[in-house]
Design a protein around this ligand. Structure first.
Ligand code: URP
Ligand code: ZN
Ligand code: ZN
Ligand code: ZN
Length: 498
């Protein structure tokens, strides 16, 4: 056959255009995108009739935690590379960028990288890269940035909070300087760790231990202050950053203001900040624990509305899942391990922070119909690919250049609405924080490098573990420094880029 796959009668959506096009795939790549009907009488090994459904680039999830040791409270990740990537593909995500976590006690990043490669290899259903999570920016670790770049790793994440990971400001400057030299993008978890610790102590003094007190223990000001500080440090070093999982209107506004001034500040948010509020955290008994993540779901709908607005107006560059899976009811690693003899009703500070959502990210956001279709594709596929140096290989439908990673959705109105239940999902987590939400959309087919890997009505998960492969990344095509030259101090004491 001339082509491996053709997709006809779709409404093709990219980050820039919505139109009636047919797509032909050959040797894992997008070969042709032509006006509906114009493929003519070609032969293909497989033909899919999209019946008017949206045809989009496969999802790219730029924020995923898999197989991590305990870092965010008790408990290690409930998903490994197999179960996490399985869950991803069943929800239309074809590329993910999980973390390779370096511990504070380790000196090198390269060992962390090889270890993570070994975990992922032959275990993934989808394509993947890694962000290095820098827990210890030792001189040796900093000297390894160059090798990371050569190995196709062009982003890293650092933390301003969490005992196990927190860097101080001079360590952050070290990282930003070295990252800039090597065209690496730095993701920052911006919450003020000391403020969080102080509030936690205040709550404990008052014997306020229930899951809902996770909210006040991570007040908006912790995020607002740290976001502002991260922007200042990034501007000082002229080193591009991506502020992850932004949750407050005020932090969103200060990011927008920095962007307006031309500073290379990028931002991410996640479905939890669009759909969950303090009401979810305050569910009776220990149920609220299911929604414990950091930053926490904020006070009210008005906060969610501000985050939706930031997606629509371009303040947010990407919409990621921050899939950070822990089990609710597990004697060994689960959320409930925070129930001890001392705290028979649990203690919020021991509930591992993070919720699972790699499978529901796309359907939740698309079904809400609050974003333009092109914006949806930009936020969930094209921009994550551009930001993390994967475009146009991933995140687009560019003939000759893009991998044939494609989602085919149901024609609008054709899929009966359904209530989300955890038992429908494919992760290794025993709950979803989005239980009971009404979904209007789900991918009907997902294609990865020309192969159908998800066929909702024809077997569901039809892809194979091990088909997913590591993708070497280029430097970001979005996040670039403003100035030429390297940062230095001259003899007269002036400093800058020379
Ligand atoms: O609560 C969260 N987000 N846990 C995951 C760790 C992180 O900071 O991304
Ligand atoms: Zn984080
Ligand atoms: Zn300032
Ligand atoms: Zn995270």
């Amino acid at each position: 056959a001339e082509f491996d796959l053709i997709i006809v009668n779709g409404v093709v959506v990219t980050d820039t255009e919505v139109g009636e096009y047919d797509i032909a795939v050959k040797d894992e790549k997008i070969a042709k995108v032509v006006k509906r009907g114009e493929l003519g009488d070609v032969r293909a090994a497989r033909m899919i009739d999209a019946e008017g459904g949206y045809v989009m680039p496969g999802g790219v999830d730029g924020h995923v935690h898999l197989e991590e040791p305990p870092l965010f409270g008790k408990g290690s990740s409930a998903d490994n590379f197999e179960t996490g990537s399985r869950s991803a593909v069943c929800g239309g995500t074809t590329t993910m960028v999980p973390f390779a976590p370096q511990k504070k006690t380790e000196d090198t990043l390269l060992d962390t990288l090889s270890l993570t490669h070994a975990k992922a290899k032959d275990n993934c259903y989808i394509d993947y890269s890694f962000h290095l999570l820098v827990g210890n920016p030792s001189p040796r670790a900093l000297s390894e940035f160059k090798t990371l770049r050569e190995e196709g790793i062009t982003s890293l994440k650092i933390y301003m909070t969490y005992e196990a990971l927190k860097l101080n400001d001079s360590q952050i400057l070290d990282v930003l300087l070295e990252a800039r030299k090597n065209q690496i993008t730095t993701m920052i978890h911006a919450e003020n760790g000391d403020l969080i610790d102080w509030m936690t102590a205040q709550l404990e003094k008052r014997k306020m231990f229930a899951p809902r007190f996770h909210g006040p223990s991570h007040p908006p000001m912790a995020e607002i202050e740290a976001t502002h500080r991260a922007i200042c440090l990034s501007e000082f070093m002229d080193s591009p950053i991506l502020i992850v999982h932004v949750s407050t209107p005020q932090a969103t506004a200060s990011i927008a203001a920095a962007q307006k001034r031309g500073i290379p500040i990028y931002a991410e948010t996640c479905p939890q900040y669009l759909f969950l509020t303090s009401l979810d955290l305050a569910k009776p008994g220990f149920e609220g624990a299911k929604c414990v993540c950091s930053p926490p779901p904020r006070e009210s709908e008005a906060d969610c509305d501000a985050i939706w607005a930031g997606l629509a107006d371009g303040t947010f560059t990407i919409l990621s899942s921050d899939h950070c899976p822990f089990r609710y009811d597990d004697a060994v690693t689960g959320k409930k391990t925070c129930i001890t003899d001392d705290y028979p009703e649990g203690h919020f500070k021991y509930i591992p922070n993070g919720i699972a959502g790699i499978e529901t990210r796309l359907s939740l956001a698309l079904g809400e119909e609050r974003l333009k279709l092109t914006k949806f594709v930009e936020l969930t596929a094209t921009n994550p690919a551009k930001l993390y140096g994967l475009y146009p290989l991933k995140g687009g439908l560019v003939p000759g250049a893009s991998d044939a990673d494609i989602n085919i959705w149901y024609p609008p109105g054709k899929m009966p609405k359904f209530e989300l239940k955890n038992e429908m999902l494919h992760h290794n987590v025993d709950y979803t924080a989005f239980e009971g939400r009404t979904l209007k959309q789900w991918p009907r087919y997902t294609v990865l490098r020309g192969r159908v890997v998800w066929d909702r009505e024809g077997g569901g998960l039809v892809g194979e573990k091990g088909y997913g492969r590591f993708v070497r990344r280029e430097a970001s095509s979005l996040a670039r420094p403003r100035f030429e030259g390297e940062w230095d101090i001259k003899e007269d004491g002036s400093f800058g880029f020379f």
